[in-house]
Structures are given as structure tokens and as C-alpha cells.
Write a protein that binds this ligand. Structure first.
Ligand code: NAD
Ligand code: GDC
Length: 364
């Protein structure tokens, strides 16, 4: 069953909050902030599989599936008092809430993103300290790495120590870097047992695939699916498509988060794949999976860094593990889900068709 997005929190929507349910085998009470979002939703599901009692917190319910959380609180974490309610009584906290999106979103909202995400993280970590949380995991980003190390397609993979001297990407990256420092200061000054993970472009089913926040794997799956289902074989790609990235499947992301939380490793750690590919190659892979031939049209758009890859040496050394799912397998799952969503949209009312038509020009 789908839930509607809930933008603002009202008394009425709070009454929808779910009651605790049976099925927890661990006494550990875990809070996941951003549990209405892509990674948070999958993380909640996996924590439940592993027997934890889980509270999800977000300003909205998950968009595509019901949550598996025992309790789901609609709270705005920019508010200190709502953060205290969110963290109250918890033992472990995963801090995922953020105003975030792909390049089409973060490239043009520096002030709002830095302001809102700083409030979220300042309030969340303080509430965790006051609530006596024993383990805390903060989700940072590859966007904290200096832009001048990411100017070529054949970029050297980024090691954790490359973060300094700092010159992060956009207001989004600056906030992530300062919130990393915040975790480290809370650890040294207050003894907070904190972990910091730096994600590199995570993708998979149940992630945002339209509306402006989607990252390139979902955007290209949507465009290829539209090409297949409408017969218009042209898809638009921002830039010349020779920019490079690595992409990590959601199941690996969740596994990595849980391994890091269980470990004793406290410094920032990359979590991503280390296979570098161009955006044009990514489009070709998705086209192959879909079974439809596409024509690429390169148009101006926000490109971000020219190349970015994850150096996984420290990840392998510290967690004795690295992401396992191939890009092909991950994309096949993701494409299948997005094609189903697009199909549903095309079968929907006229307004949805108008949205679909607008996707033929996607430059923001
Ligand atoms: P997402 O946008 O799907 O989820 C973030 C959630 O935070 C959303 O559901 C949103 O409603 C919630 N949120 C925003 N403002 C809030 C507020 N004021 N109070 C409560 N909740 C609020 O993003 P995601 O892909 O699931 O990312 C999760 C975390 O990982 C984020 O911190 C993000 O910056 C980080 N990250 C993700 C990626 C990626 O590739 N997905 C890469 C690097 C870092
Ligand atoms: O949006 P993104 O996936 O974010 O874009 C990757 C590259 O794909 C960019 O160069 C972009 O121009 C190109 N691209 C081509 N066509 C399209 O239709 C499209 N849509 C999108 N979205 N991109 C297109 C991300 C941040 C995240 C997060 C991760 C960490 O940057 O936006 O918030 O923190 O990095 O890895 P990307 O990889 O630049």
C-alpha cells in the first residue's frame, strides 16, 4: 500500500503514528532518523530482520512501502524539542535525516541545505547525548572530498585522509564535513561512541526516481523506461556523459552500515563501490537491461565533479568486507522496479501523463 507524502506535521498526522508491535528479539532500542527516506527505510527493514526494536523518525512516511518499524514518529528534527522526543529512551541511533538529493537538487540550494541539515545534526547529536545513546552513526557523503581532487574522468580514488585540507562540494558537502567534526568532538569531549560513514552514490529500488531529487542511476532508469514504454528512444543526459562515478547498491550500503556500527572503528570510513564508469556507460548498461535501444542527447545540466571514486582499502581493512553486488545486478533490480513505477504513472490520470511528458526535457 502506498502512503501519501506528508510535508508538514500536524496534530492529525501525529495521530497516525504507529503503535509498537510484537516481534523484537533484542532489548536494544534503535532509532533511525530519515526512516521515511530511501536508505533509512531499507535500514529499518534490515534492523527488524535482525531482531531489534526500531523507532523510525522522519517528517514523512516512506513513499513506496509501509515501514517495518515498531514505532514511527513524525518529527521535524530542526526543532531541539522534537529531536529530544525522537531520541528519548533509545540505546543506538542511526542519523540519516537530511535535506538531500542528486546534482539537480543540491547544486542550487546551498543556504537552505546547509542551514537545515546543520540544525538537524546539531539537534540530533545533542539529543543523543542527553538520552544516553551508547552508539551513534552519522551518515556523511563523498561530497566532503575536495573538489580539486575530482577534476578528471580518470580520477584517483578518494582515500579517507584526502578530506583535508578541506574544500568540499556545495553547501551540502560543507555541512557534512562540519557534522563529521561535530561527531568527533562529541566523542572526545563527551565520550559519545560515534561512527561516521561516507556514502558514494547509493542506488536501488524504493529510492526517489522523479521530482528533481533523484540521482543519476534512478534518473536514467526512468528515462530509459519512458523510452521503452512510449517509443521515443531519445534520452537526455546532462553534460557530455563522460563524467565518471562509482555506484553502490542499497543492500551493500545497509550491510556496510550495520558492520560499521558493530565495529570499534571511529574515524570516517568510505562506503561505496570502487568501479569507476562514465555516465554514458551507465546509460548503455541500463539500456541493455531494458532491452531497448536508446539515442543519447547531451544537454546542459548540473554536473558536479568531473570524476569520483571510492578507495576501499580502509573499508576492507577495518570491516574485513566490501560491497558485493555487481553494478549489473543492482541496476537490473532497480530498473525493474522503476519500470513498474513508470508503467503505473503512464496508466494514471492525465496529470501524471503531463508529468511524464515534461520528463522529455529534464534540465533543471
Ligand atoms: P532521502 O532523501 O531518501 O532520506 C532523507 C530523509 O530525511 C527524508 O525522508 C527526509 O524527509 C528526511 N528529513 C529531511 N529533513 C528532515 C527533518 N527536518 N526532520 C526529519 N526528517 C527529515 O536520502 P537517502 O538517500 O536515504 O540518504 C540518507 C542519508 O545518507 C542522508 O543523510 C544523505 O545525505 C546521506 N547520503 C546519501 C547518499 C546517497 O547516494 N543516497 C550519498 C551520500 C550521503
Ligand atoms: O545526481 P548525481 O547522481 O550526483 O549525478 C552524477 C552525474 O550524473 C553528474 O555529473 C550529473 O550531471 C550526471 N547526470 C547526467 N544526467 C540526470 O538526468 C543526469 N540526473 C542526474 N541526477 N544526474 C545526471 C551525489 C550527490 C548526493 C550524494 C552523492 C555522494 O553527487 O548529489 O547528494 O551525496 O553524490 O556520492 P553526484 O554523484 O554528482
Amino acid at each position: 500500500m502506498r502512503r501519501e507524502n506528508i510535508g508538514d506535521i500536524s496534530t492529525a498526522t501525529r495521530e497516525l503514528e504507529q503503535q509498537p508491535r510484537a516481534g523484537s528479539t533484542s532489548n536494544t532500542r534503535v532509532v533511525v532518523t530519515g526512516a521515511g527516506g530511501f536508505i533509512g527505510h531499507h535500514l529499518v527493514t534490515e534492523l527488524k530482520h535482525r531482531g531489534f526494536w526500531v523507532r523510525g523518525v522522519d517528517v514523512k512516511y516512506p513513499e513506496f512501502r509501509d515501514t517495518d518499524a515498531d514505532e514511527f514518529l513524525l518529527r521535524d528534527l530542526r526543532s531541539p524539542s522534537e529531536c529530544l522526543e525522537a531520541l528519548e529512551g533509545s540505546h543506538e541511533a542511526y542519523a540519516l535525516a537530511a535535506d538531500m538529493g542528486g546534482m539537480g537538487y543540491i547544486a542550487s540550494r546551498d543556504a537552505k541545505i546547509l542551514h537545515d541539515n546543520a540544525l538537524i545534526n546539531l539537534n540530533t547529536i545533542e539529543a543523543a547525548r542527553l538520552s544516553g545513546v551508547t552508539r551513534y552513526l552519522y551518515t556523511s557523503s563523498a561530497c566532503i572530498y575536495p573538489e580539486h581532487l575530482q577534476t578528471r574522468e580518470d580520477v584517483r580514488a578518494l582515500k579517507e585522509e584526502d578530506a583535508y585540507p578541506a574544500c568540499p562540494q556545495d553547501g551540502y558537502g560543507w555541512e557534512k564535513l562540519i557534522s563529521e567534526r561535530l561527531c568527533q568532538y562529541y566523542a572526545s569531549d563527551y565520550g559519545l561512541n560515534a561512527r561516521i560513514v561516507r556514502f558514494h552514490n547509493i542506488f536501488g529500488p524504493l529510492g526517489t526516481w522523479q521530482g528533481g531529487r533523484e540521482k543519476v542511476p534512478a534518473a536514467l532508469c526512468r528515462k530509459v523506461a519512458l523510452a521503452k514504454l512510449t517509443g521515443n528512444d531519445e534520452i537526455e543526459i546532462w553534460g557530455d556523459g563522460e563524467q565518471t562515478r562509482s555506484f553502490c547498491y542499497i543492500a551493500d550500503c545497509v550491510e556496510g552500515i550495520l558492520r560499521l556500527m558493530q565495529s570499534d572503528y571511529r574515524a570516517p570510513l568510505n562506503l561505496g563501490q570502487d568501479r569507476l564508469i562514465t555516465i554514458n556507460q551507465l546509460a548503455d548498461l541500463i539500456s541493455e537491461i531494458s532491452g531497448v535501444t536508446i539515442r543519447k542527447s547531451h544537454i546542459p545540466g548540473p554536473e558536479g565533479v568531473r570524476g569520483r571514486n571510492s578507495d576501499n582499502s580502509r573499508l576492507r581493512a577495518e570491516l574485513r568486507w566490501e560491497p558485493q553486488v555487481s553494478l549489473e545486478d543492482g541496476l537490473a533490480e532497480t530498473y525493474r522496479w522503476i519500470e513498474g513505477e513508470v508503467q503505473e504513472m503512464l496508466a494514471g490520470p492525465e496529470t501524471d501523463l503531463q508529468i511524464a511528458a515534461s520528463f522529455t526535457s529534464t534540465s533543471p
